[in-house]
Design a protein around this ligand. Structure first.
Ligand SMILES: *Cc1c(COP(=O)(O)O)cnc(C)c1O
Length: 393
């Protein structure tokens, strides 16, 4: 059996006619940059995320970059994030001359450790240089926004959510003793999404979105995404070309109508893996540690999208051997991420990396992402788990 890590063809087949028809409309309209398709998508994403404003941009990376630009992050400022994320999080900070200030991850969720964050903010000298906090909602599960917002709000530091892997994921927040669920991106000053094809909502090329409740911030980002021009050909600020194409917006609007069903399919597959691994005895033997959906296990968790499983990531013994064995058996797997960011050559030179991040480093040696896309069948999952069991037998 051949099982790819992600099968975009399986997603495309039932949507192909609809998508081609929508692309054809854009082709015939000759409105290729922004325009009504992009505005339509912005409205729909704002509604979906429960925010007032959404601004379409050229990629998830540019969503992060333009958000930090709009907040005035610049040379020698510090931005708190984790060393266990896709490079874009840190790249966007560094490109503005600012420096990442890393906080280690929670080993269960791989998201920023809220206690580590609170600790670092206790230091007044450091705190005064921190211009933003960028939690990542890794693999499709929200970071502990409840605690993060408490820490950030105590000092008035803006939070930019890197929700690139988590569009639609729900996050429980304590509001006067009551649990209220919010969507990823709607709790910080803004949230950033990526439409890279491998994300749960993927374009047919690059694309991204910034969502926010803040009218002024949305207006600023709209100006920055178009070279800072307001009005046209008058530039009070320097922006860039961070615009979203109409063709991508048209594709995304078709796919957005299926997103809830896809999230559900991924969650069903995650539960099926959990069961299969349990039955195979791999968890009890300590060979495999399953991903933890922390919000599901909380009392009264009624919200469905507690985890949207952009990735289903297990921790395993003899990780590299298992990866090779699965690949030899035609099962697509991937390591997200093999090297932590504080260990990257270009980040080592930043000089602010004098602390240790044992959990991030441990994760780089132990984690493995398995196929989890919604079209995956029970037979395919059975084969994946059997093959893993064979490796350890
Ligand atoms: C994918 C991703 C990005 C970047 O998105 P692009 O659209 O590829 O630029 C940023 N952060 C995280 C955590 C991501 O997974």
């Amino acid at each position: 059996m051949n099982i790819p890590l992600l099968d975009l063809k399986a997603q495309l087949v039932p949507l192909r006619n609809e998508i081609v028809a929508r692309i054809t409309e854009v082709v015939d309209s000759t409105r290729y940059i922004q325009g009504p398709e992009v505005e339509g998508l912005e409205r729909e994403i704002a509604d979906y995320c429960g925010v007032n404003y959404a601004v379409g941009v050229s990629s998830g990376t540019d969503a992060l970059l333009v958000s930090l630009m709009a907040l005035g992050v610049g040379r020698d400022d510090l931005v708190i994030t984790t060393p266990y994320t896709f490079f874009a999080t840190v790249g966007s900070i560094a490109r503005l001359g600012a420096r990442p200030l890393f906080v280690d991850i929670d080993p269960e969720t791989y998201n920023i450790d809220p206690e580590g964050l609170a600790e670092i903010l206790d230091n007044k000298n450091v705190r005064e240089r921190v211009k933003a906090i960028m939690p990542i909602h890794l693999y499709g599960q929200c970071a502990d926004m409840n605690q993060i917002m408490k820490s950030a709000d105590a000092y008035g530091i803006p939070v930019v959510e890197d929700g690139a892997q988590a569009i639609g994921a729900a996050c429980p927040v304590d509001e006067n003793g009551r649990t209220v669920w919010h969507k990823a991106g709607s709790l910080g000053v803004c949230g950033c999404f990526s439409f890279f094809p491998s994300k749960n909502l993927g374009a047919m090329g690059d694309g991204g979105m910034v969502v926010t409740h803040d009218k002024k911030l949305a207006a600023k980002i709209k100006i920055l995404r178009n070279h800072g021009a307001e009005p046209k050909y008058f530039h009070d600020v320097i922006g860039g070309n961070f615009r979203l194409d109409a063709v991508q917006a048209a594709v995304l609007r078709v796919k957005l109508s299926r997103l809830a069903a896809w999230h559900k399919g991924r969650r069903r597959n995650a539960e099926r893996y959990n069961e299969l691994f349990g039955r195979a005895g791999l968890v009890d033997k300590g060979m495999v540690k399953l991903p933890v959906a922390i919000y599901k296990s909380r009392d009264g968790a009624a919200e469905e999208d507690y985890h949207i499983y952009n990735q289903y990531v297990i921790r395993v013994r003899k990780r590299d051997g298992l990866r090779d064995f699965l690949q030899d058996n035609s099962i697509g797997v991937e390591i997200y991420y093999p090297l932590a960011l504080h260990q990257q050559k270009c980040v080592k030179n930043f000089g602010c990396v004098d602390r240790k991040f044992p959990q991030a480093e441990k994760a780089t040696h132990e984690t493995l992402a398995l196929p989890i896309y919604p079209e995956l069948t029970a037979d395919m999952q059975q084969y994946v788990v059997e093959t893993i069991a064979r490796f350890y037998s």
